[in-house]
Design a protein around this ligand. Structure first.
Ligand code: PPS
Length: 288
C-alpha cells in the first residue's frame, strides 16, 4: 500500500495527517479526562459507524448534532495534527476516536477512569474496504493488485501497520472493566442489542424510543444519506467520491467477491498462525 508515511514504534502514519509531533503528543502529553469515551479501531473496522452510534447515545437519539456537524469533526482522531484545535473546543463528556495501537495510546488513559470501545472486523473485509479506499483518498496511490494488497496487509505495510498486532495488543485489555469490545459483524446482526449493550457500558439511561432513534440514524442507509455522515463535506481533492463511496457497501463477507479460493486459504493459514495465542473466538470466525 503506497502512501507518504513515517513510522513510529512499528506503526505506519500518514505524513501530513499525522506528524512525529502529533503522535508523540498523543502518547505522552495528551490529557485524558475521566469522563472521556474513546472509539478505538484499526482502520476500516467500523470507526465512523461507532462515531455515529456513540454520539447519538450521548445525545439520547437527538439527531441535530449528527445532521449539522461533519462526522470527522464530531469525534476527531486525537492523534492527528488537525485534532488539537477541534478538541480544544469540545465540551465534556468528549467522544474521541483513535486508530492508535495500545503501545502508543495516551499514557494518561491508564491512570484515568475513561472508557474505550474497541471495534473489530473480519480482517478479510478490512482488506477489501481498504483496497477500495485507496482509490478515493488522494493521499494513497490507488491499489490495483489485490494479491499484493493482501500481502501488504499481512506484512503490516498498510495504514497503521499490522492488524494482527493491533488486535492482539488491545485484546490484552479484555478483562478490564473500562473496555467494551464489539465487532462490526455483531453491529450488523443486532444493532439494537449492541446499542443497549453500549448504553449499559457507558452508564447512559435511554428509554426505548430513544434507543430506537439511535438505531434509526445509525443504519448504513441513514448514514449514507446524511451529508454530515457520508464524508461528502470533505473536499473532492482530498476524497474523490466520484470514483467510489466512503459509505461503500456496509456488509459482512464482501471478501468472498474479491478473494480467490487460494488467496482465502493462504490468508486463513497465516491468520491461524498469527492468532494462535489469542484465546478468543471472534464473531466473524463463527459466521463466515
Ligand atoms: S476509516 O476510514 O478507517 O475511518 O473507516 P471506518 O469507518 O473504520 O470503516 C469504513 C467501513 O465501514 C462501513 N460503514 C458501515 N457499515 C454498516 N453500517 C454503517 N452504518 C456503516 N458506516 C460505515 C463503510 O461502508 C466501510 O465499509 P465498506 O466495506 O468499505 O463498505
Amino acid at each position: 500500500m503506497a502512501f507518504n508515511h513515517f513510522e513510529v514504534k512499528g506503526t505506519r502514519f500518514i505524513k501530513g495527517v499525522h506528524s512525529g509531533e502529533s503522535v508523540d503528543y498523543a502518547e505522552n502529553e495528551f490529557q485524558v479526562l475521566n469522563d472521556d469515551v474513546y472509539n478505538v479501531t484499526f482502520p476500516k473496522s467500523g470507526t465512523n459507524w461507532m462515531i455515529e452510534i456513540l454520539n447519538l447515545i450521548k445525545h439520547k437519539g437527538d439527531v441535530s448534532k449528527s445532521s449539522s456537524v461533519p462526522i470527522f469533526e464530531r469525534s476527531p482522531w486525537y492523534e492527528t495534527v488537525a485534532a488539537k484545535e477541534l478538541i480544544n473546543k469540545m465540551e465534556s463528556p468528549r467522544v474521541l476516536s483513535s486508530h492508535l495501537p495500545l503501545h502508543t495510546f495516551a499514557k494518561s488513559f491508564f491512570k484515568s477512569k475513561a472508557k474505550i470501545v474497541y471495534t473489530m472486523r473480519n480482517p478479510k473485509d478490512i482488506i477489501v474496504s481498504m483496497f477500495h479506499f485507496t482509490k478515493i483518498l488522494s493521499i494513497f496511490e490507488a491499489a490495483e493488485d489485490f494479491e499484493k494488497f493482501i500481502d501488504d496487509f499481512i506484512q503490516g505495510q498498510v495504514l497503521f501497520g499490522s492488524w494482527f498486532e493491533h488486535v492482539k495488543g488491545w485484546m490484552t485489555m479484555k478483562d478490564d472493566s473500562r473496555f467494551l469490545f464489539v465487532t462490526y459483524e455483531e453491529l450488523l446482526q443486532d444493532l439494537r442489542g449492541c446499542v443497549v449493550r453500549l448504553c449499559k457500558f457507558l452508564g447512559q439511561e435511554l428509554d426505548d424510543a430513544q434507543i430506537d432513534l439511535v438505531v434509526k440514524y445509525s443504519t448504513f442507509k441513514s448514514m449514507k444519506e446524511n451529508i454530515m455522515s457520508n464524508w461528502s463535506q470533505m473536499p473532492a481533492d482530498v476524497l474523490d467520491q466520484t470514483k467510489g463511496s466512503f459509505m461503500r457497501k456496509g456488509v459482512a463477507g464482501d471478501w468472498k467477491n474479491h478473494f480467490t479460493v487460494a488467496q482465502s486459504e493462504y490468508f486463513d493459514k497465516i491468520y491461524k498462525e498469527k492468532m494462535k495465542d489469542v484465546n478468543v473466538n471472534f464473531f466473524w470466525e463463527q459466521t463466515s
